[in-house]
Design a protein around this ligand. Structure first.
Ligand code: SF4
Ligand code: SF4
Length: 152
């Protein structure tokens, strides 16, 4: 029987192959001049909720207990249409949300690396790039969110 997890896993495998090339849209120096122009594109349709990004971010920054750079929120499961079986009948979203501590892995990107959460996400659900580049990708499929940090 098809269930929500099967649908997520199947679509994740499919999407992972098709998006491997776009995981790192760009990897440029993220200094104070350009920080506001870069962001993350988060595909919460294919996020499995594994929280690898959460752990990778925490380890990268050595955040203390109780502090995080990204969290995975959950909405669901609840049935959208009464009587309908299967994953698509349910609302069940795992939604990664960067916190105020996210600095887009400035130290990593300054060395030419992609952010730690992007690097470790096995579902290729997070992309890093300029807002302009990410916005172009965003219009290609639904259930994605574009995020960038407040520049202080
Ligand atoms: S964004 Fe990727 S690493 Fe983070 S919870 Fe979702 S699937 Fe896991
Ligand atoms: S970009 Fe870096 S700081 Fe921001 S959530 Fe990802 S790992 Fe954490």
């Amino acid at each position: 029987m098809t269930n929500a997890h099967n649908v997520i896993n199947e679509t994740t495998n499919f999407y992972a192959k098709s998006t491997a090339k776009t995981k790192a849209v760009t990897c440029a120096k993220n200094d104070s001049e350009t920080a506001g122009k870069f962001g993350l594109l988060i595909d919460y349709e294919f996020c499995t909720g594994c929280e690898t990004c959460v752990v990778a971010c925490k380890k990268e920054h050595d955040f203390p207990v109780g502090k995080w750079g990204i969290r995975v929120l959950e909405d669901g499961p609840w049935q959208k249409i009464d009587g309908e079986e299967g994953g698509r009948g349910f609302n069940w979203n795992k939604i990664p949300v960067p916190t105020d501590l996210c600095d887009l892995c400035g130290k990593r990107t300054a060395r030419g690396k992609i952010p730690s959460c992007v690097h470790h996400c096995q579902a290729f659900a997070i992309k890093y790039g300029t807002i302009k580049e990410l916005a172009k990708i965003m219009v290609e499929k639904p259930k994605q969110v574009l995020w960038f940090p407040r520049v202080t």
